[in-house]
Design a protein around this ligand. Structure first.
Ligand code: OOG
Ligand code: MG
Length: 254
């Protein structure tokens, strides 16, 4: 049964075709929801995709309020989700994509289980401004906690700016997402679990529960500082975070 649900969600993402929320028919518990996510990622890996990291979700109050979900969640990132900086994305490859302002970490050490903030800081190779593209595979972008976990936490794509050395104070940086040069969502890095480093600590802890560890070279998205914004055609979406290089993408529709 879990395998079938994983295939349904994988196909929905592949075909950019929404499906009804799983919870309307099947009540999954948290472990089962993460299992569906893992099986759906196995579908991707069996097509040759590579795991490149992890993302956290609902690490800010703005996101929890927007989606009506109040628990931290995590999902997996694969290489086909990478959108090159300055690239153009085809909106027809998504169901109802949204963008959100994020901070990305690149690791130089393995992290797993209960770790301290200092251990997390010591494991960072680089930090960068990022934009996540999320795209729920559920109709109307509506889901329960277990629905969104099974759907790999709406992961669809991400863009990352130039990597900075980690010697930068991330505690309270202005983060502005812009469309065609105008601010559309503004927050602070402090909105992400009080400090984005806490996302890395949480990622190590949560991922260990599934028997996995964060690995050197992997990318971790800390979670959005603001609510997500729906994408439209012919936009230049960019992010500006104090002291970090920005990144951007364009939207078009085929
Ligand atoms: C779930 C993904 C949440 C974040 O940064 O909080 C997320 C969703 O809102 O669809 O990526
Ligand atoms: Mg996100």
């Amino acid at each position: 049964m879990l395998q079938q649900l994983a295939k349904t969600l994988d196909q929905a993402a592949l075909n950019a075709q929404s499906v009804p929320q799983l919870s309307l028919e099947t009540e999954l518990d948290l472990n089962q929801a993460y299992k569906v996510q893992e099986l759906s990622i196995e579908e991707r890996l069996s097509r040759g995709e590579k795991l490149v990291g992890y993302k956290l979700g609902f690490t800010s109050r703005a996101k929890m309020l927007q989606m009506g979900v109040d628990d931290l969640i995590w999902g997996r990132l694969t290489n086909t989700m990478i959108v090159e900086n300055n690239a153009s994305i085809d909106l027809s490859q998504y169901v109802h994509p949204r963008a959100e302002p994020e901070i990305a970490f690149k690791l130089k050490k393995t992290l797993s289980g209960k770790i301290t903030v200092k251990e997390a800081l010591d494991a960072i190779d680089g930090v960068a401004a990022a934009i996540e593209i999320i795209d729920s595979r559920y109709k109307n972008f509506k889901f329960s906690l277990t629905d969104v976990i099974a759907d790999n936490c709406s992961s669809a794509g991400f863009v990352i700016g130039d990597w900075h050395k980690p010697n930068i104070d991330l505690s309270n940086l202005r983060m502005a997402l812009q469309a065609n040069g105008k601010d559309i969502a503004v927050g602070s890095s402090a909105d992400i679990l009080d400090h984005p480093i806490n996302s890395l600590v949480e990622a190590a802890r949560c991922i260990a529960l599934s028997g996995e560890a964060l690995q050197p070279g992997q990318i971790i998205l800390a979670g959005a500082a603001t609510a997500a914004v729906a994408l439209e055609q012919d936009q230049l979406i960019s992010i500006n975070i104090e002291h970090l290089s920005s990144c951007n993408f364009n939207t078009h529709s085929s």
